[in-house]
Design a protein around this ligand. Structure first.
Ligand code: SAM
Ligand code: SF4
Length: 333
């Protein structure tokens, strides 16, 4: 039976897909410029969002087709007022459940996350400098995020810290973040800056994997770790470190060949790639009583081989205004 499922969620390039990222909201308490284009941008009205029972129903359909890992994301998933009930509902499914959060409200949910079987949490933080944090997010929350990262570690979660590296903004802090992973049991993920609608992306601002490695090699003695199947990150270990660091090189060294990710936006649209140009409205289909499985399978068949078919690793050629996409906050990271 399992083979049949795997075949259903295999795309035209023989890639099996078992990992679903569900966005719970396109609202957020922070205002990261690279993610949320405009402070005045409006978020989706509540009735157009997937409701708890609809999230569960769609998630069950994906699980029935072979999905075994679900990440809750957003926007900021912890600002969704039904977060506790959504988490509890999904925790009944036979999947590895994970979360990506900006960390600001995390302390309120650590017990619940633990009880719900979550083991690993990704927390986003791009700077360790207060003024820069305010510049990047338009909010003064650095201390609370750092405190909540520490609390999550104390609770025994596997904590990954996502840092979007942008030239001229925070590449001077790479060594500070790496040093943090030496002294603390946390796993830093340096992410290359990606282009989305209205996010001020320019190829000059991409600080590439090779540049990151070159910068870190000036200060640390590290070795690459073996890649696990479907890993998007190249992992490294600094001798004697309590944690590790990794690089997500979507722009300079895309990992599309091994991609196993599917996405559901907060308004219930299925996307087969961050850069996909088409979506399938599963929420509309669910509300109008249609069968969901064929729509999922059909959407996946249309997955492009690389980067939504919109560009390739020669990212310096990208004209961001010609890309067709939503903003990151509207897709779900
Ligand atoms: N609010 C949560 C958070 O910040 O972790 C979850 C949603 S956020 C969209 C998910 C991840 O996407 C974050 O780690 C964020 O840094 C990353 N992200 C957003 N825009 C990005 C961009 N333009 N390039 C690379 N990563 C980006
Ligand atoms: Fe909010 Fe996360 Fe986007 Fe920042 S990256 S604006 S915290 S959703």
């Amino acid at each position: 039976m399992h083979d049949i499922f795997e075949a259903l969620l295999t795309d035209s390039f023989q890639r099996p897909h078992q990992y679903l990222r569900i966005s719970l909201t396109d609202a957020c308490n922070l205002r990261c410029f690279y993610c949320m284009p405009d402070e005045d941008s409006h978020c989706t009205p509540h009735h157009q969002l997937m409701q708890t029972n609809e999230i569960l129903s769609l998630a069950k359909t994906f699980v029935g087709l072979g999905v075994n890992k679900i990440r809750l994301t957003g926007g900021e998933p912890l600002v969704r007022k039904e977060f506790p009930e959504i988490l509890k509902a999904l925790s009944e499914l036979p999947v590895q459940l994970t979360l990506t959060s900006n960390g600001v409200f995390l302390d309120k949910y650590l017990d619940l996350l633990k009880q719900s079987g979550v083991r690993s949490i990704n927390i986003s933080l791009d700077t360790l400098e207060r003024e820069k944090f305010i510049l990047l997010t338009k909010r003064d929350n650095l201390d609370i995020v750092k405190a909540n990262i520490n609390k999550a570690i104390e609770y025994g979660f596997h904590v990954k810290v996502n840092m979007v590296v942008m030239r001229g903004i925070n590449e001077n802090e790479l060594c500070d973040f790496a040093a943090w992973s030496v002294n603390m049991p946390l796993h830093i993920r340096f992410i290359e800056f990606m282009p989305f609608t209205g996010n001020q992306w320019h190829h000059d601002k991409v600080y590439t994997r090779d540049e990151i490695l070159h910068t870190l090699a000036g200060k640390f003695d590290f070795i690459p770790l073996a890649k696990e199947p479907h890993d998007t990150a190249h992992k490294y270990f600094v001798k004697g470190a309590k944690g590790s660091f990794a690089i997500i090189s979507t722009m300079s060294h895309p990992f599309c060949g091994d991609c196993n990710r599917l996405r559901l936006t907060a308004d219930g649209k299925m996307r087969n790639c961050l850069f996909a140009t088409h979506e399938t409205d599963l929420l509309y289909a669910l509300r109008s009583g249609q069968s969901i499985e064929p729509l999922i399978v059909e959407n996946l068949k249309q997955k492009s081989q690389k980067l939504g078919g919109q560009f390739d690793e020669h990212f310096e050629k990208i004209q961001p205004e010609t890309l067709q996409n939503r903003s990151m906050i509207a897709i779900g990271g």
